[in-house]
Design a protein around this ligand. Structure first.
Ligand code: MN
Length: 740
C-alpha cells in the first residue's frame, strides 16, 4: 500500500474526485470540515495539525475501496473521544446519518479499551474486536487503517509508548488483518512492528535481502526470462512479479526456526498472475516442465482455499545451480483477494462470471455496501457476515481469555481437546458463560468456555467419537483408548465383528472368527487378530473398511466347508483375469488399448503392484497411473470432459527372478517422543528398505506426523513394512499416502 499523500481535507477531496469512483463528495467534504473544526488547536506529537491523522486514515480507507460512510467515519473517528466538549454521537447522527454514526460509535468504543494488564488487555481487545466485527465489519477495516497510520507515524513517539503500540499491533491487529485475508495491511503492520521492536535485526535482514538480490540478479533474470518466454509461447496472458518475501516473513523464519539466512529455503519467490483459473493450472504444468519440482511442496489453495479465502497454487522448484525458488500462481481476482481479503469484494468487479461460489456468497455484500440508499437491515448484514464469511470458524474464549478457533459446530469436547489432550481426557463437565451445559453443546463465537476436570475421571467415553467435530479431538480420544484400554478395545472389537458376521446367517466358531480376522489383519498390516480387534475397538479403523474383506475371507474359509459348489463360484470370481488386447508395458503396467505409451506413476497415490490401478491419458506426458481409489481419480472422473481419457490399466504378470522397486508413501502418526524418528529409521534399515525422503510435522499438542517415501516391491511388501513399524513404541497409526 502506498504511503499517504493526503494531509489536508482539500488534498483528500481532490484525490477522491479524481478517483473515478462514485462517492457522495458533498457529505465527505462536510465530514472533513466538521472534523477539522473540532480538532482545531490539537496537534500530533510530530507537530502536525491533528486533522492530518483522520485525513490519512480516510485516504487508506478509500484505497481499500470502501464507501462514503466508511470514509466519513474515518474522518470523524477520533472526534467523539477527543472533542467530547464540542460534539457527541447524537450530533454526528443528525449531521451524517445513522450509519456513519454507528461506525464512529464502534470505533470510539474500541479506542476506550485502555486496559492496564498487557496480556489480558490483548485478549480482551481481541474479544471485543471480534464482537465488534460481527456487528459491522467496516468498523474493523477502518480500525485497521487507523492502526496502520499510527504505525507509519510511530517513530516520533517516546520509546515505551512505541513498544507498547508495536506489541499490541503484533498480537492483535496483524493477526486480525490476516484473519480477514488482508495480506497487504498485515505485511506492512508486521514489517513496521519489527522495525520498532528490533530495529537492528530489521535493518540487518533488510540489508541481507538487498545484498542477496544484488548478488543474484543473474539468477533471477535468468529464471524470469525462461518463464516469460515459455508462457508467451503458450499464449498465456500474464504478469510476473519477483521479490515478494517480506522482511518479517524472513525474520520470523530465522528466529523461530533458528535458521541462518542462507538456510532460508524459499527466499526467492516468483508470482505469476494470469487471467483464468484454467491458466493457473496450465502455467503450473509449464513450470513443472521447465524446472524440477521439490516433492511435498506443491499446495493447491485454489481447490482448497485457506479459511481466510486465500487462493493460489504454490510450488517450489529448483532453478539454475540447484537454487530452489517458490512459484505462486493465481488469477487477478485471487490476487486482489490475497492482498485485500474481504475488502477486495468491495473493490473488485469481476468481468467474467466466474463459477466460484465465493463470488456468489460475497456479491450481495458489495451490493449492500455500495447501495447508497441503505434499505438493508443491518442485522441481516451481521448475520450474513457471520454465516457467509466466518462460516467455517467459531472463536471462543478460555476463562483466562485465550482465544480458541474451532471449526463451526465444534462441541465443548472439541474445545477441551483443542486446549490439551489431558484436559479432554479428564473432563467431567463444562460451563459456557458460567452455566453448566451438556458436553455435546456447540459454543458460539464470543462464548467463554470452562472445562471442569477431575483427576478421578475415568477418561473419555466411546460415544464422544460420534459427537466430536474435529479430527484432532477424535485422534486424541482414539489414542487414549489405544493406550489405556487394549483389553476393553479387544472385547469391543470382537463384539463389532460378531455383529457383522451374524448378518451373513452362517454359523461359525470363535476360533473360525479369529482365523478370519487374523488372515484379513495379516493382509492389511496387523500382527494378530487381537491387534485388529483392538484397532477396531478404539476406532482406529472403521469396520466398514474391512467388512468386505471379512466377508470374502469368511466365504472362502468358513462357508466353503461343506458347501463345495459355492467355493467353485468364488474361485472363478477370484481368478477372473483380464486379457488386454494391445499389450505394451512400461514400469510393469499394461495400459489397455494404448501401444507404446509412456507410463508414469501418479505422485498423489504412488500405486504399487497389487493395487487396483487406472490410467489417465495426460496431454503430452503419456499415461499417468493412479490407484483406483485415489481421491484425484474420484474428483477427476466428475469432469465429463475428460471421460474418454480414463483408461483401464493392469499390473503385468511378474516374471520370477526379477524384482522392481517402486516408490511408496507412508504417513505415521506418532507420539512425539525422543528418538522415535531414529527407531523408525533403524526398523527400515533392518528390513533393508531404502528411505527416499522423510519429513515431519507437528500434529496436535503432543503428536507428530512422519511422512516417508520408501522403496517397496509391492502391496504385500508394503504391509509387512507397515506391521513392523506399528510395533514401534509411540506409533499410533499408519496411513498410506502423504498426510499434510
Ligand atoms: Mn486514530
Amino acid at each position: 500500500m502506498a504511503a499517504n499523500t493526503c494531509f489536508t481535507v482539500e488534498q483528500l477531496m481532490e484525490k477522491l474526485s479524481n478517483s473515478g469512483r462514485k462517492y457522495d463528495l458533498e457529505k465527505i467534504k462536510m465530514a472533513g470540515e466538521y472534523a477539522k473544526s473540532l480538532h482545531e488547536g490539537q496537534f500530533r506529537v510530530s507537530g502536525e495539525p491533528y486533522i492530518s491523522h483522520p485525513v490519512a486514515v480516510a485516504e487508506i480507507v478509500s484505497d481499500l475501496g470502501l464507501d462514503t460512510n466508511s470514509i466519513c467515519a474515518a474522518l470523524l473517528h477520533d472526534t467523539v473521544e477527543d472533542c467530547s466538549d464540542k460534539t457527541d454521537l447524537k450530533e454526528i447522527e443528525s449531521k451524517f446519518g445513522a450509519e456513519t454514526a454507528m461506525l464512529v460509535d464502534g470505533l470510539t468504543k474500541m479506542v476506550t479499551l485502555n486496559i492496564e494488564d498487557k496480556e489480558e488487555a490483548h485478549i480482551e481487545n481481541l474479544r471485543k474486536m471480534l464482537l465488534a466485527m460481527s456487528k459491522d465489519i467496516r468498523v474493523i477495516f477502518i480500525k485497521l487503517c487507523d492502526r496502520l497510520h499510527n504505525m507509519r507515524t510511530l517513530a516520533v513517539k517516546a520509546d515505551p509508548k512505541r513498544r507498547k503500540t508495536a506489541l499490541e499491533t503484533m498480537y492483535v491487529y496483524a493477526p486480525l488483518a490476516h484473519r480477514l485475508g488482508m495480506q497487504k495491511i498485515k505485511q506492512e503492520l508486521e514489517n513496521l512492528c519489527i522495525s520498532y521492536l528490533d530495529p537492528i535485526g530489521y535493518a540487518e535482514i533488510k540489508q541481507y535481502i538487498d545484498d542477496k538480490y544484488g548478488q543474484s540478479v543473474g539468477f533471477i533474470e535468468n529464471v524470469r526470462g525462461i518463464v516469460d518466454k515459455k508462457l508467451r509461447e503458450n499464449n498465456i496472458h500474464f504478469e510476473l512479479a519477483g521479490r515478494i518475501k517480506s522482511v518479517y516473513s524472513i525474520y520470523r523464519k530465522m528466529f523461530n526456526q533458528g535458521k541462518s539466512f542462507d538456510e532460508i529455503y524459499d527466499f526467492y519467490a516468483m508470482r505469476i498472475i494470469v487471467d483464468t483459473e484454467l491458466e493457473c493450472y496450465t502455467a503450473l504444468g509449464l513450470i513443472h516442465e521447465m524446472f524440477k519440482s521439490v516433492p511435498g511442496r506443491f499446495k493447491d489453495y485454489i481447490s482448497t482455499p485457506k479459511p481466510n479465502m486465500y487462493r493460489s497454487l504454490h510450488t517450489t522448484v529448483i532453478g539454475r545451480d540447484g537454487i530452489p525458488f517458490e512459484v505462486q500462481i493465481r488469477t487477478w481476482e485471487m490476487h486482489h483477494i490475497a492482498e485485500y481479503g474481504i475488502c477486495a469484494h468491495w473493490k473488485y468487479k469481476s468481468g467474467e462470471k466466474s463459477k466460484a461460489d465465493i463470488d456468489n456468497k460475497l456479491e450481495w455484500i458489495s451490493r449492500l455496501i455500495e447501495t447508497e440508499s441503505n434499505t438493508t437491515d443491518p442485522d441481516e448484514f451481521l448475520e450474513a457476515i457471520k454465516t457467509d464469511i466466518f462460516h467455517d470458524e467459531t472463536f471462543v474464549f478460555t476463562p483466562k481469555g485465550d482465544v480458541i478457533a474451532l471449526p463451526l459446530g465444534s462441541t465443548v469436547i472439541d474445545f477441551a481437546y483443542a486446549i490439551h489432550s489431558g484436559v479432554g481426557n479428564s473432563m467431567i463437565g463444562a460451563k459456557i458463560n458460567g452455566m453448566i451445559v451438556p458436553i455435546e453443546r456447540a459454543p458460539v463465537t464470543g462464548d467463554i468456555v470452562e472445562i471442569l476436570t477431575s483427576s478421578s475421571s475415568k477418561g473419555p467415553s466411546r460415544d464422544w467419537l460420534n459427537i466430536v467435530k474435529t479430527s484432532e479431538a477424535r485422534t486424541k480420544i482414539r489414542s487414549w483408548f489405544k493406550r489405556e484400554k487394549r483389553a476393553e478395545n479387544i472385547v469391543a472389537g470382537k463384539a463389532m465383528v460378531d455383529a457383522e458376521f451374524k448378518r451373513w446367517s452362517h454359523g461359525y466358531t470363535e476360533s473360525q472368527r479369529n482365523d478370519v480376522v487374523a488372515a484379513v489383519g495379516q493382509r492389511i498390516g496387523y500382527m494378530s487378530a487381537d491387534d485388529l480387534y483392538n484397532t477396531l475397538g478404539y476406532g482406529g479403523i472403521a469396520l466398514s473398511k474391512v467388512a468386505g474383506k471379512f466377508k470374502d475371507e469368511f466365504e472362502r474359509t468358513v462357508m466353503v466347508e461343506g458347501e463345495g459348489e459355492q467355493a467353485a463360484d468364488i474361485t472363478v470370481e477370484q481368478v477372473k483375469t483380464v486379457a488386454p488386447k494391445n499389450i505394451k508395458s512400461n514400469g510393469g503396467i499394461i495400459v489397455d488399448g494404448l501401444e507404446g505409451c509412456l507410463v508414469k506413476f501418479a505422485r498423489c497415490c504412488n500405486p504399487l503392484p497389487g493395487d487396483s490401478v487406472i490410467g489417465f491419458i495426460t496431454r503430452g506426458h503419456g499415461v499417468s497411473v493412479h490407484k483406483s481409489d485415489c481421491p484425484n481419480v474420484r474428483l477427476g472422473k466428475e469432469n465429463p470432459e475428460n471421460a474418454d481419457r480414463w483408461v483401464e490399466a493392469y499390473w503385468e504378470e511378474k516374471k520370477s527372478g526379477t524384482v522392481d522397486l517402486y516408490e511408496a508413501q507412508i504417513s505415521i502418526y506418532v507420539f512425539d517422543r525422543m528418538g522415535i524418528i531414529a527407531d523408525i529409521s533403524v526398523a527400515l534399515s533392518d528390513m533393508k528398505v531404502q528411505l527416499l525422503q522423510i519429513n515431519t510435522s507437528k500434529y496436535g499438542s503432543e503428536g507428530a506426523i512422519v511422512n516417508l517415501k520408501i522403496s517397496c516391491k509391492n502391496v504385500d511388501h508394503y504391509h509387512s513394512i507397515v506391521s513392523k513399524l506399528k510395533s514401534i513404541e509411540g506409533v499410533n497409526d499408519i496411513t498410506r499416502g502423504y498426510a499434510q
